[in-house]
Design a protein around this ligand. Structure first.
Ligand code: ADE
Length: 222
């Protein structure tokens, strides 16, 4: 998979791209991620990318030209373009599974007070990561990339995402490691029993219990 991210703040991605699972997936060639400063596409002599909004109001508005030119330079026939915005469709694990099948994503990170409405015409999807407003689309774009890359074949053990929270419409079951007794808090007996059918039954029941307590809305959807 190839992912091109359009941003005005490329260095925000340094840590994200060069640590942990994302760094390893890039090294192994499982994903290619390129960060583009869309200021480089501005035709303005001063590389301006924003201006006052028509009709007045506070703040600057990102102009259409640099983003249109950047997307047009990078887009292929199999590209899906994603626009990060709090006005987008709320992001869910299901969409991560679906995006993980794509060959090429372009992700546009908005910033400042907003972007020219015509930029929306470039997007196949407008995605929001939640009902709160961040200073820009950079962190939301990292959320999308992280959730998609971990699903690509070979990036993490297949089994770990079969058990993910949400993968079966339930929250994940509890897990424990050594020691068996930590400050009086004991690992449930069943996990030490070696009886796989009982362990699976316990895990399913714990998932169900946790989901009922914390996210009853997920159960209604199932
Ligand atoms: N940009 C600013 N806030 C956002 C959000 N919640 N989701 C996606 N993009 C955003």
């Amino acid at each position: 998979m190839k992912i091109d991210i359009l941003t005005l703040f490329p260095s925000m991605f340094d840590g994200f791209l060069n640590q942990s699972i994302i760094a390893r997936a890039r090294e192994k060639g499982q994903v290619e991620i390129n960060i583009h400063n869309f200021r480089d596409y501005s035709l303005d002599p001063h590389k301006k990318v924003d201006d006052y909004g028509f009709g007045g109001g506070a703040g600057m508005v990102l102009m259409a030209q640099p983003i249109f030119d950047a997307v047009e330079a990078l887009r292929r026939t199999d590209t899906k373009v994603i626009l990060m915005t709090p006005q987008g469709i709320p992001y869910k694990q299901e969409q991560a599974y679906s995006l993980a099948h794509e060959k090429h994503l372009i992700i546009i990170c908005g910033h400042y007070e907003g972007f020219d409405e015509r930029i929306r015409t470039l997007a196949d999807f407008e995605i929001s990561i939640g009902d709160y407003v961040l200073t820009g689309g950079e962190i939301p774009s990292m959320v999308i990339v992280d959730s998609v890359v971990r699903l690509l074949s070979g990036v993490i053990e297949e089994e770990s995402h079969l058990n993910d929270s949400f993968s079966n419409g339930l929250l994940d079951y509890p897990v424990y490691t050594k020691p068996v007794d930590f400050r009086g808090m004991k690992v449930p007996e069943v996990l030490l029993s070696g009886h796989h059918a009982n362990i699976n039954k316990w895990r399913y029941e714990e998932s169900l219990k946790k989901t009922k307590e914390r996210r009853p809305d997920l159960l209604e959807k199932r």
